[in-house]
Design a protein around this ligand. Structure first.
Ligand SMILES: C[S@@+](CC[C@H](N)C(=O)[O-])C[C@H]1O[C@@H](n2cnc3c(N)ncnc32)[C@H](O)[C@@H]1O
Length: 418
Protein backbone atom coordinates (compact mmCIF):
# COMPACT_ATOMS: atom_id res chain seq x y z
CA UNK A 1 0.00 0.00 0.00
CA UNK A 2 1.01 3.66 -0.34
CA UNK A 3 1.69 5.59 2.84
CA UNK A 4 2.52 9.15 3.88
CA UNK A 5 4.87 10.07 6.72
CA UNK A 6 3.86 13.32 8.44
CA UNK A 7 6.16 14.95 11.04
CA UNK A 8 8.66 12.50 9.62
CA UNK A 9 11.71 13.20 11.84
CA UNK A 10 14.32 10.52 11.28
CA UNK A 11 11.74 8.36 9.53
CA UNK A 12 10.84 5.67 12.08
CA UNK A 13 7.47 5.04 10.44
CA UNK A 14 9.13 4.97 7.03
CA UNK A 15 11.65 2.27 7.97
CA UNK A 16 8.99 0.09 9.62
CA UNK A 17 6.42 0.41 6.84
CA UNK A 18 9.03 -0.23 4.15
CA UNK A 19 9.96 -3.41 5.96
CA UNK A 20 6.27 -4.37 5.85
CA UNK A 21 6.32 -3.90 2.07
CA UNK A 22 4.62 -0.51 1.80
CA UNK A 23 5.76 2.48 -0.24
CA UNK A 24 6.15 6.05 0.94
CA UNK A 25 4.64 8.57 -1.48
CA UNK A 26 4.90 11.74 0.61
CA UNK A 27 6.57 13.09 3.75
CA UNK A 28 6.85 16.39 5.62
CA UNK A 29 9.20 17.59 8.35
CA UNK A 30 9.85 21.10 9.64
CA UNK A 31 13.49 20.72 10.66
CA UNK A 32 15.91 21.51 7.81
CA UNK A 33 18.71 19.16 8.83
CA UNK A 34 16.33 16.27 9.38
CA UNK A 35 14.70 16.94 6.03
CA UNK A 36 18.05 16.75 4.22
CA UNK A 37 18.92 13.51 5.98
CA UNK A 38 15.50 12.04 5.17
CA UNK A 39 15.94 12.86 1.49
CA UNK A 40 19.33 11.17 1.40
CA UNK A 41 18.16 8.08 3.28
CA UNK A 42 14.93 7.52 1.41
CA UNK A 43 15.55 9.20 -1.91
CA UNK A 44 12.31 11.13 -1.77
CA UNK A 45 11.45 14.84 -1.83
CA UNK A 46 10.10 15.94 1.51
CA UNK A 47 7.94 18.96 2.29
CA UNK A 48 8.45 21.30 5.24
CA UNK A 49 5.90 22.98 7.48
CA UNK A 50 2.61 21.08 7.58
CA UNK A 51 0.73 24.31 8.28
CA UNK A 52 1.85 25.74 4.93
CA UNK A 53 1.41 22.85 2.57
CA UNK A 54 -1.22 22.47 -0.09
CA UNK A 55 -3.24 19.46 1.02
CA UNK A 56 -4.44 18.78 -2.50
CA UNK A 57 -0.86 18.15 -3.61
CA UNK A 58 -0.41 15.24 -1.21
CA UNK A 59 -0.66 12.11 -3.40
CA UNK A 60 -3.39 9.57 -2.90
CA UNK A 61 -2.46 7.02 -0.18
CA UNK A 62 -3.95 4.21 1.89
CA UNK A 63 -2.01 4.73 5.12
CA UNK A 64 -1.40 7.97 7.01
CA UNK A 65 1.41 7.85 9.58
CA UNK A 66 2.10 10.66 12.01
CA UNK A 67 4.04 11.01 15.22
CA UNK A 68 2.60 14.45 15.77
CA UNK A 69 4.57 16.84 18.00
CA UNK A 70 4.11 15.83 21.57
CA UNK A 71 5.45 18.67 23.75
CA UNK A 72 2.01 20.11 24.45
CA UNK A 73 0.86 16.82 25.99
CA UNK A 74 4.07 15.56 27.52
CA UNK A 75 4.79 15.64 31.22
CA UNK A 76 8.14 17.23 30.44
CA UNK A 77 6.40 20.12 28.68
CA UNK A 78 3.94 22.48 30.23
CA UNK A 79 0.88 20.33 29.44
CA UNK A 80 -1.00 23.07 27.67
CA UNK A 81 -2.58 20.70 25.16
CA UNK A 82 -4.74 22.44 22.61
CA UNK A 83 -3.98 25.80 24.13
CA UNK A 84 -0.39 25.43 23.07
CA UNK A 85 0.34 28.17 20.54
CA UNK A 86 1.31 26.04 17.56
CA UNK A 87 1.94 22.39 18.31
CA UNK A 88 -1.48 21.85 19.89
CA UNK A 89 -2.95 22.79 16.54
CA UNK A 90 -1.10 20.06 14.68
CA UNK A 91 -3.91 17.65 15.36
CA UNK A 92 -6.28 19.91 13.44
CA UNK A 93 -3.96 19.86 10.43
CA UNK A 94 -4.00 16.09 10.60
CA UNK A 95 -7.77 16.08 10.67
CA UNK A 96 -7.86 18.35 7.61
CA UNK A 97 -5.63 15.95 5.67
CA UNK A 98 -7.65 12.93 6.77
CA UNK A 99 -10.90 14.65 5.80
CA UNK A 100 -9.59 15.46 2.35
CA UNK A 101 -7.81 12.18 1.51
CA UNK A 102 -9.74 9.64 3.59
CA UNK A 103 -6.94 7.06 3.77
CA UNK A 104 -7.95 3.55 4.72
CA UNK A 105 -5.65 3.41 7.79
CA UNK A 106 -4.40 5.94 10.33
CA UNK A 107 -1.33 5.12 12.40
CA UNK A 108 -0.45 7.78 14.98
CA UNK A 109 1.95 8.05 17.89
CA UNK A 110 2.18 10.39 20.85
CA UNK A 111 3.33 10.55 24.48
CA UNK A 112 1.39 8.44 27.00
CA UNK A 113 0.30 11.55 28.85
CA UNK A 114 -2.07 12.37 26.00
CA UNK A 115 -4.38 9.61 27.26
CA UNK A 116 -4.97 11.31 30.60
CA UNK A 117 -4.34 14.91 29.63
CA UNK A 118 -7.02 17.18 31.09
CA UNK A 119 -8.66 14.20 32.83
CA UNK A 120 -8.94 12.33 29.53
CA UNK A 121 -10.93 15.13 27.89
CA UNK A 122 -8.26 15.96 25.28
CA UNK A 123 -8.02 12.42 23.92
CA UNK A 124 -11.81 11.96 24.08
CA UNK A 125 -12.21 15.08 21.98
CA UNK A 126 -9.62 13.91 19.46
CA UNK A 127 -11.06 10.41 19.28
CA UNK A 128 -14.53 11.78 18.60
CA UNK A 129 -13.15 13.86 15.74
CA UNK A 130 -11.65 10.75 14.13
CA UNK A 131 -14.79 8.66 14.74
CA UNK A 132 -16.87 11.37 13.13
CA UNK A 133 -14.86 10.96 9.94
CA UNK A 134 -16.04 7.35 9.76
CA UNK A 135 -13.17 5.45 11.36
CA UNK A 136 -13.02 2.90 14.13
CA UNK A 137 -10.23 3.87 16.54
CA UNK A 138 -8.23 2.06 19.16
CA UNK A 139 -5.30 3.18 21.29
CA UNK A 140 -2.82 1.64 23.66
CA UNK A 141 0.28 2.53 25.64
CA UNK A 142 3.09 0.33 24.34
CA UNK A 143 6.79 0.21 25.20
CA UNK A 144 9.65 -1.46 23.28
CA UNK A 145 10.50 -3.42 26.43
CA UNK A 146 7.16 -5.27 25.95
CA UNK A 147 8.80 -6.95 22.94
CA UNK A 148 12.25 -7.46 24.42
CA UNK A 149 13.71 -4.36 22.86
CA UNK A 150 15.78 -3.00 25.72
CA UNK A 151 14.29 0.45 26.15
CA UNK A 152 11.58 1.54 28.55
CA UNK A 153 9.65 3.96 26.40
CA UNK A 154 5.93 4.16 26.97
CA UNK A 155 4.21 5.76 24.03
CA UNK A 156 0.58 6.04 23.04
CA UNK A 157 -0.15 4.35 19.72
CA UNK A 158 -3.38 5.15 17.94
CA UNK A 159 -4.69 2.99 15.12
CA UNK A 160 -7.78 3.58 13.03
CA UNK A 161 -9.40 2.01 10.01
CA UNK A 162 -12.22 3.27 7.82
CA UNK A 163 -15.47 1.70 8.97
CA UNK A 164 -14.21 -1.13 11.20
CA UNK A 165 -10.90 -2.33 12.61
CA UNK A 166 -12.01 -5.86 11.72
CA UNK A 167 -10.66 -7.87 14.62
CA UNK A 168 -7.39 -5.96 14.97
CA UNK A 169 -5.52 -7.03 18.11
CA UNK A 170 -2.47 -5.43 19.67
CA UNK A 171 0.71 -7.51 19.47
CA UNK A 172 1.22 -9.66 22.56
CA UNK A 173 3.86 -8.80 25.15
CA UNK A 174 6.82 -11.19 25.26
CA UNK A 175 8.39 -12.69 28.35
CA UNK A 176 11.09 -10.25 29.50
CA UNK A 177 14.72 -11.02 28.67
CA UNK A 178 17.76 -9.12 29.83
CA UNK A 179 19.34 -8.43 26.45
CA UNK A 180 20.64 -4.84 26.39
CA UNK A 181 24.17 -6.19 25.94
CA UNK A 182 23.20 -7.53 22.51
CA UNK A 183 22.50 -3.96 21.45
CA UNK A 184 25.86 -2.60 22.59
CA UNK A 185 29.04 -2.47 20.59
CA UNK A 186 32.64 -3.18 21.50
CA UNK A 187 33.84 -0.61 18.99
CA UNK A 188 31.43 2.28 19.22
CA UNK A 189 32.10 5.10 16.79
CA UNK A 190 30.40 8.33 17.83
CA UNK A 191 30.15 8.97 21.57
CA UNK A 192 29.13 12.08 23.42
CA UNK A 193 31.98 13.45 25.55
CA UNK A 194 31.55 13.62 29.30
CA UNK A 195 32.10 16.93 31.08
CA UNK A 196 34.60 17.10 33.96
CA UNK A 197 31.79 18.01 36.33
CA UNK A 198 29.90 14.85 35.44
CA UNK A 199 32.99 12.70 35.71
CA UNK A 200 33.42 14.13 39.16
CA UNK A 201 29.77 13.37 40.04
CA UNK A 202 30.20 9.75 38.98
CA UNK A 203 33.46 9.32 40.88
CA UNK A 204 32.00 10.94 43.99
CA UNK A 205 28.89 8.76 44.13
CA UNK A 206 30.92 5.68 43.25
CA UNK A 207 33.16 6.42 46.22
CA UNK A 208 30.12 7.14 48.39
CA UNK A 209 28.78 3.65 47.61
CA UNK A 210 32.08 2.03 48.61
CA UNK A 211 31.59 3.54 52.08
CA UNK A 212 27.93 2.56 52.34
CA UNK A 213 27.49 -0.21 54.99
CA UNK A 214 26.17 -3.39 53.33
CA UNK A 215 23.29 -3.77 55.75
CA UNK A 216 22.01 -0.21 55.56
CA UNK A 217 19.15 1.13 53.46
CA UNK A 218 19.91 3.83 50.92
CA UNK A 219 16.90 6.13 50.51
CA UNK A 220 15.82 6.95 46.98
CA UNK A 221 16.12 9.83 46.33
CA UNK A 222 18.92 10.93 48.61
CA UNK A 223 19.13 14.71 48.74
CA UNK A 224 22.63 15.12 50.14
CA UNK A 225 22.15 18.85 50.71
CA UNK A 226 20.01 17.79 53.67
CA UNK A 227 23.04 16.27 55.43
CA UNK A 228 23.44 18.38 58.56
CA UNK A 229 20.56 20.74 57.69
CA UNK A 230 18.17 21.75 60.48
CA UNK A 231 15.90 24.33 58.81
CA UNK A 232 12.20 23.57 59.42
CA UNK A 233 10.37 21.35 56.95
CA UNK A 234 7.64 19.40 58.75
CA UNK A 235 5.22 21.95 60.15
CA UNK A 236 6.43 25.10 58.49
CA UNK A 237 9.03 26.19 55.92
CA UNK A 238 12.20 28.34 56.14
CA UNK A 239 10.71 31.27 54.23
CA UNK A 240 7.74 31.41 56.58
CA UNK A 241 9.60 31.80 59.84
CA UNK A 242 11.26 34.91 61.26
CA UNK A 243 14.83 35.60 60.13
CA UNK A 244 15.88 35.72 63.77
CA UNK A 245 14.62 32.16 64.23
CA UNK A 246 16.16 30.92 61.01
CA UNK A 247 19.57 32.26 62.05
CA UNK A 248 19.63 29.68 64.84
CA UNK A 249 19.44 26.89 62.25
CA UNK A 250 21.55 25.24 59.57
CA UNK A 251 21.20 25.04 55.79
CA UNK A 252 22.72 22.90 53.03
CA UNK A 253 25.38 20.49 54.29
CA UNK A 254 24.98 21.81 57.81
CA UNK A 255 26.21 25.34 57.16
CA UNK A 256 25.25 27.65 60.03
CA UNK A 257 23.03 30.64 59.24
CA UNK A 258 24.22 32.46 62.38
CA UNK A 259 26.32 35.19 60.80
CA UNK A 260 24.61 35.30 57.42
CA UNK A 261 22.43 37.97 55.92
CA UNK A 262 19.17 37.13 54.19
CA UNK A 263 20.78 36.80 50.75
CA UNK A 264 23.45 34.45 52.03
CA UNK A 265 20.87 32.37 53.84
CA UNK A 266 18.85 32.00 50.64
CA UNK A 267 21.97 30.88 48.79
CA UNK A 268 22.47 28.19 51.40
CA UNK A 269 19.03 26.68 51.26
CA UNK A 270 18.31 23.91 48.70
CA UNK A 271 16.30 25.18 45.73
CA UNK A 272 13.31 22.94 46.46
CA UNK A 273 13.04 24.39 49.99
CA UNK A 274 12.64 27.98 48.81
CA UNK A 275 8.95 28.01 48.08
CA UNK A 276 6.72 30.49 49.83
CA UNK A 277 4.29 28.09 51.34
CA UNK A 278 3.05 27.43 54.86
CA UNK A 279 3.71 23.73 54.47
CA UNK A 280 5.49 21.50 51.95
CA UNK A 281 3.52 18.75 50.25
CA UNK A 282 3.68 15.38 52.03
CA UNK A 283 5.98 13.81 49.42
CA UNK A 284 8.57 16.54 49.91
CA UNK A 285 8.42 16.25 53.70
CA UNK A 286 8.93 12.50 53.34
CA UNK A 287 11.97 12.91 51.04
CA UNK A 288 13.65 15.42 53.34
CA UNK A 289 12.94 13.32 56.40
CA UNK A 290 14.36 10.17 54.81
CA UNK A 291 17.65 11.88 53.98
CA UNK A 292 17.91 13.51 57.40
CA UNK A 293 17.24 10.17 59.14
CA UNK A 294 19.84 8.53 56.92
CA UNK A 295 22.32 11.22 57.89
CA UNK A 296 21.68 10.71 61.61
CA UNK A 297 22.41 6.99 61.29
CA UNK A 298 25.45 7.37 59.05
CA UNK A 299 26.89 10.68 60.20
CA UNK A 300 30.27 9.24 61.13
CA UNK A 301 31.36 8.25 57.62
CA UNK A 302 29.13 10.67 55.68
CA UNK A 303 30.74 13.69 57.37
CA UNK A 304 34.09 12.68 55.90
CA UNK A 305 32.59 12.75 52.38
CA UNK A 306 30.87 16.07 52.81
CA UNK A 307 33.61 18.17 51.10
CA UNK A 308 33.38 15.95 47.99
CA UNK A 309 29.58 16.30 47.88
CA UNK A 310 29.75 20.07 48.34
CA UNK A 311 32.30 20.19 45.54
CA UNK A 312 29.69 18.77 43.12
CA UNK A 313 28.24 22.29 43.20
CA UNK A 314 25.04 21.65 41.24
CA UNK A 315 22.03 20.28 43.14
CA UNK A 316 21.26 17.99 40.21
CA UNK A 317 24.55 16.19 40.98
CA UNK A 318 24.12 16.37 44.73
CA UNK A 319 20.88 14.40 44.52
CA UNK A 320 21.25 10.66 44.07
CA UNK A 321 18.60 8.21 42.88
CA UNK A 322 19.49 4.60 43.61
CA UNK A 323 16.87 2.60 41.69
CA UNK A 324 18.52 -0.70 42.51
CA UNK A 325 17.31 -1.61 46.00
CA UNK A 326 18.69 -4.98 47.03
CA UNK A 327 21.75 -4.81 44.77
CA UNK A 328 25.34 -4.46 45.98
CA UNK A 329 26.38 -0.86 46.48
CA UNK A 330 28.47 -0.32 43.37
CA UNK A 331 28.10 0.73 39.75
CA UNK A 332 28.88 -2.67 38.22
CA UNK A 333 26.39 -3.30 35.42
CA UNK A 334 24.49 -0.10 36.04
CA UNK A 335 23.14 2.62 33.77
CA UNK A 336 23.41 6.20 34.96
CA UNK A 337 21.45 9.16 33.68
CA UNK A 338 21.92 12.77 34.65
CA UNK A 339 18.51 14.21 35.30
CA UNK A 340 17.39 17.50 36.83
CA UNK A 341 16.02 15.38 39.69
CA UNK A 342 19.44 13.84 40.36
CA UNK A 343 22.04 11.31 39.29
CA UNK A 344 19.85 8.29 38.55
CA UNK A 345 21.23 4.76 38.72
CA UNK A 346 19.32 1.79 37.35
CA UNK A 347 20.00 -1.81 36.41
CA UNK A 348 21.18 -2.54 32.92
CA UNK A 349 18.25 -4.71 31.80
CA UNK A 350 17.04 -1.87 29.61
CA UNK A 351 17.93 1.65 28.63
CA UNK A 352 15.95 4.53 30.07
CA UNK A 353 13.74 6.37 27.58
CA UNK A 354 15.77 8.30 25.05
CA UNK A 355 14.30 11.75 25.35
CA UNK A 356 14.24 14.68 23.01
CA UNK A 357 13.98 17.75 25.20
CA UNK A 358 17.63 17.74 26.30
CA UNK A 359 20.92 16.30 25.09
CA UNK A 360 22.07 15.84 28.65
CA UNK A 361 20.19 12.70 29.58
CA UNK A 362 21.95 10.24 27.30
CA UNK A 363 22.36 6.95 29.21
CA UNK A 364 25.84 6.44 30.67
CA UNK A 365 26.97 2.80 30.69
CA UNK A 366 28.88 2.65 33.96
CA UNK A 367 30.60 -0.68 33.26
CA UNK A 368 31.88 0.60 29.92
CA UNK A 369 32.73 4.01 31.37
CA UNK A 370 31.05 5.84 28.49
CA UNK A 371 27.77 7.18 27.19
CA UNK A 372 25.67 5.08 24.87
CA UNK A 373 27.00 5.74 21.36
CA UNK A 374 25.00 7.21 18.50
CA UNK A 375 24.91 3.82 16.78
CA UNK A 376 23.67 2.07 19.93
CA UNK A 377 20.89 4.64 20.38
CA UNK A 378 19.89 4.05 16.75
CA UNK A 379 19.85 0.32 17.34
CA UNK A 380 17.59 0.43 20.39
CA UNK A 381 15.24 2.58 18.31
CA UNK A 382 15.40 0.01 15.47
CA UNK A 383 17.12 2.47 13.12
CA UNK A 384 20.53 0.87 12.85
CA UNK A 385 20.18 0.49 9.10
CA UNK A 386 19.84 4.22 8.46
CA UNK A 387 22.76 5.15 6.25
CA UNK A 388 22.69 8.83 7.22
CA UNK A 389 21.95 10.40 10.59
CA UNK A 390 22.83 13.68 12.31
CA UNK A 391 26.42 13.79 13.56
CA UNK A 392 26.13 16.47 16.23
CA UNK A 393 24.77 16.06 19.76
CA UNK A 394 22.44 19.02 19.33
CA UNK A 395 20.63 17.48 16.37
CA UNK A 396 21.10 13.77 16.94
CA UNK A 397 19.84 13.35 20.50
CA UNK A 398 16.63 15.40 20.15
CA UNK A 399 15.87 13.53 16.90
CA UNK A 400 16.50 10.03 18.23
CA UNK A 401 14.56 10.91 21.38
CA UNK A 402 11.65 12.08 19.25
CA UNK A 403 11.67 9.09 16.95
CA UNK A 404 9.15 6.34 16.96
CA UNK A 405 10.50 2.89 17.78
CA UNK A 406 10.72 1.03 14.47
CA UNK A 407 10.22 -2.45 15.89
CA UNK A 408 7.13 -1.43 17.83
CA UNK A 409 5.64 0.20 14.73
CA UNK A 410 6.51 -2.90 12.70
CA UNK A 411 4.77 -5.21 15.20
CA UNK A 412 1.62 -3.08 15.42
CA UNK A 413 1.61 -2.44 11.65
CA UNK A 414 1.82 -6.15 10.93
CA UNK A 415 -1.42 -6.73 12.86
CA UNK A 416 -3.14 -3.60 11.56
CA UNK A 417 -2.55 -4.02 7.83
CA UNK A 418 -3.16 -7.74 7.85
C1 LIG B 1 7.55 13.38 17.61
S1 LIG B 1 8.54 13.85 16.25
C2 LIG B 1 8.20 12.61 15.10
C3 LIG B 1 9.37 11.71 14.87
C4 LIG B 1 9.22 10.69 13.79
N1 LIG B 1 8.01 9.92 13.88
C5 LIG B 1 10.45 9.77 13.78
O1 LIG B 1 10.29 8.56 13.75
O2 LIG B 1 11.58 10.28 13.85
C6 LIG B 1 7.71 15.24 15.63
C7 LIG B 1 8.39 15.90 14.45
O3 LIG B 1 7.50 16.90 13.93
C8 LIG B 1 8.30 17.94 13.40
N2 LIG B 1 7.42 19.12 13.27
C9 LIG B 1 7.07 20.01 14.22
N3 LIG B 1 6.27 20.95 13.73
C10 LIG B 1 6.09 20.67 12.41
C11 LIG B 1 5.39 21.28 11.35
N4 LIG B 1 4.72 22.41 11.55
N5 LIG B 1 5.43 20.71 10.14
C12 LIG B 1 6.15 19.58 9.92
N6 LIG B 1 6.84 18.96 10.88
C13 LIG B 1 6.83 19.49 12.12
C14 LIG B 1 9.42 18.08 14.41
O4 LIG B 1 10.54 18.73 13.85
C15 LIG B 1 9.68 16.62 14.79
O5 LIG B 1 10.73 16.09 14.02
Amino acid sequence: MKFIDLFAGLGGFHVALNALGHKCVYACELNDSLRKIYEKNFNINIDGDITKLDIKKIPQHEILCAGFPCQPFSKAGSSQGFNHKVAGKMFFYLIKIIKFHRPKFLFLENVPNLLNHSQGKTWNFMKKKILKLGYEVDQKIVSPIDFNIPQTRNRMYIVAKKNKLNGFTWPKKLKPKNNLKKYLSNNPKLIKEMSEQRKNAIETWKFFLTKMPKTKYLPNPLWSMEFGATYPFENTTPLKIKLKELKKMKGKFGVSFKNMNKKEILENLPNYSKVRTEKYPDWKIKMIKKTRDFYKENKKWVDKLMPKLINLKSEAYQKFEWNCQGDKFNFTGKIISFRPSGVRVRRNNSSPTLISSTTSQVPYLAWKKRFMSYEECLKIQGMEKLKYYPKTNGVFFPAIGNAVNVKVVYKIGKELFN
